[in-house]
Write a new protein. Sequence first.
Length: 350
Amino acid sequence: MKKKKSSGVKKAITILLIVFVVIGTIIGMVIYDRVFLPNVTVEKDTYLYIKTGSSLTDVLESLHQNKIVDDTASFGWVALKKNYANHIYPGRYLIKDGLSNNALVDQLRSGDQQPLKLTFNNVRTKKELAKKVSEYIEASEEELFSLLNDPAIWKMYGFNRYTFISMFIPNSYEFYWNTSAEGFVKRMAKEYKNFWTSERIAKAKVLNLSQSEVATLASIVQAEQSMKPDERQRVAGLYINRLNIGMRLQSDPTLIFAIGDFTIKRVLNKDKLVDSRYNTYQYAGLPPGPINVPEISSIDAVLNYEKHKYLYMCAKADFSFYHNFATNLRQHNIYAAQYQRELSRRRINR
């Protein structure tokens, strides 16, 4: 009887062990599936944006809304096991198809985000600059615009309300998406210093212009010739000739900037009466600051201006976007009359 009882106990223990092994195997398989099997299904490379200050709940919600993971609950379980909640880093993450929960958590937990190319050009005002930059980075348009209008920031970088915009050199820059407004401005200050090489500074001194004044003149040149960059050096030479003899610049784009209506295509005599330091028909010399954010090609056009004797220019009547240049007012008036007639013929009154 004792042998039978002992044999029965051993059998029961064996069965119990088998059950435990089976259960353990099943649990192990479930855990393995949760951790290591693919849980990311995206048709193409997808970017996940994690905002500054995000919680694990925020990340889970974003993964769900963007349909990046098939099973949000299993990702959340793995994230908790790997303490991701205490290692959430903001940024723009490139998510590839077929990632497991383990691989995705490791990627996000490491802060291994993808940089992006931030490009801005064709910008006239601080408001436009803030709007364009906010399309690339986490900082909002309002945050950027507020910082661009902060007197303490102007002073910190050696500018004033009118010249500060000249610190921003249009180009393509590599940024991380979670860049703050302060981070963006700081980076642009660094790029500004890199741009103004000793060679460029020396050329500005020959012109007897500060770096901001070069940018101001470049903005006028760019506004006058936005379509045909190959003519900018000649336009720059004309304005430098005027500055050198104390002649008013009489630039229509500066007047349009003063009015604030950038839809104007035809400047009228009544417009020239506007009392503004940007009205170069009324005030001699350069205006207080740039009328747009000049491109590198425009700045270099000023620094490497074409030497000639032209003092006048007028858009060609064929609307080729090029100009007729003149050394005297008589010839200029002939060109101007031709252009005005063509404006009237095309019914461009404003």
